[in-house]
Design a protein around this ligand. Structure first.
Ligand code: ASP
Length: 323
């Protein structure tokens, strides 16, 4: 057996992130990696770690998850999330969630049921039964930034821009494309892996639209024997490529390392299907893979007392934590 160094790796969404949002996103992913790692230290549980990391970003309006989620064409928040345990391969997934601060915690609660996935009214009833606070009056998760983003998106539609402008291609910051889906992957010293991903989806989605984030194999996948992946980007594209599963299967069948598999899978997806994406991966030995073919993706991980992070292509910054 090889020694594994526990680590918590997070992302804060891939896309054409406007420059003025960069500092906030970086602060948010660094904080999420830290709180996730601290949780792992306290409880020793990788599921606790990824849930905690994602909860931190769901509270942060710099991300498109929980408070700050993007809006449907009708101006509402409809969130989705998934979590998967690499030890048991159990998964919990939710979609069409409204007025709950932490969809990721609801997804984790679904793992206790005989099912993998709850959506819509049934999921909301389950949330109530499980004691989740449903915010009243409705709409408290909607931020001004998300409202402006929807208005600008509607304007872009009147100009006839294509659907890929939402996440990257052709957008060039012409309007606010909020792309901060969040995700976390964690591994402990025994090689247990967990993954969690949470999102508000994409600005201007039709009510009832379900994306890649809550889908096992698309937004989230975990298997202790191979690794764990959380993805972000153009959901309709990621779903058709089964991005998270494809990355892990490249590692399993082609023996690619985490970085190579993550890069190759994102690249092949975009060559074939156009939309862009990013993913974070940890393999069974605790090696990290981070890749995105959008302009930017905020990511960070903590390992021992070091935080490593970046948001631009090729950027890797290391910070040693004091205390
Ligand atoms: N993948 C998400 C979706 O399409 C969006 C994102 O990652 O920013 O719902």
């Amino acid at each position: 057996m090889f020694p594994i160094e526990p680590l918590v790796l997070v992302h804060g969404g891939a896309g054409d992130i406007p420059s003025e949002r960069v500092p906030g996103k970086l602060l948010g992913v660094k904080l999420a990696a830290k709180v996730g790692y601290e949780k792992l230290r306290q409880t020793g549980c990788v599921l606790d770690a990824v849930e905690e990391a994602v909860r931190s970003m769901e509270l942060d309006p710099f991300f498109n998850a929980g408070y700050g989620s993007v809006l449907t064409t009708e101006g509402n928040v409809e969130m989705e999330a998934s979590v998967m345990c690499g030890t048991t391969q159990r998964a919990g997934c939710v979609s069409l969630i409204k007025d709950i601060m932490h969809p990721i915690s609801l997804a984790r609660r679904v793992m206790k049921t005989p099912h993998n996935f709850l959506a819509g009214d049934g999921a909301m009833r389950f949330a109530k039964d499980e004691g989740f606070e449903i915010m009243e009056p409705a709409g408290q998760l909607v931020t001004d930034y998300a409202r402006e983003a929807l208005e600008e998106w509607k304007e872009s539609q009147r100009r006839g821009e294509n659907e890929f402008a939402r996440t990257e291609i052709g957008s060039s910051n012409k309007y606010k494309v909020e792309v901060g889906t969040v995700g976390a992957v964690a591994i402990d010293g025994s090689g247990n892996i967990a993954v969690a991903t949470s999102t508000g989806g994409i600005t201007g989605k039709l009510p009832g639209r379900i994306g890649d984030t809550p889908l096992v194999g698309c937004g989230t996948y975990a298997d202790n024997r191979v690794g764990g992946v959380s993805t972000t980007g153009h959901g309709e594209t990621i779903m058709r490529h089964c991005l998270a599963y494809d990355i892990l299967k490249r590692m399993e069948y082609l023996q690619e390392d985490a970085q190579t598999a993550t890069e190759n899978s994102c690249k092949r997806m975009t060559e074939r299907l156009i939309g862009t994406a990013g993913a974070i991966t940890i393999d069974a030995k605790g090696q990290v893979g981070i890749s995105f073919n959008s302009k930017r993706m905020a990511w960070a991980y903590q390992k021992c007392n070091t935080i490593v992070y970046g948001i631009e292509q090729g950027q890797i910054i290391e910070e040693v934590l004091t205390q």
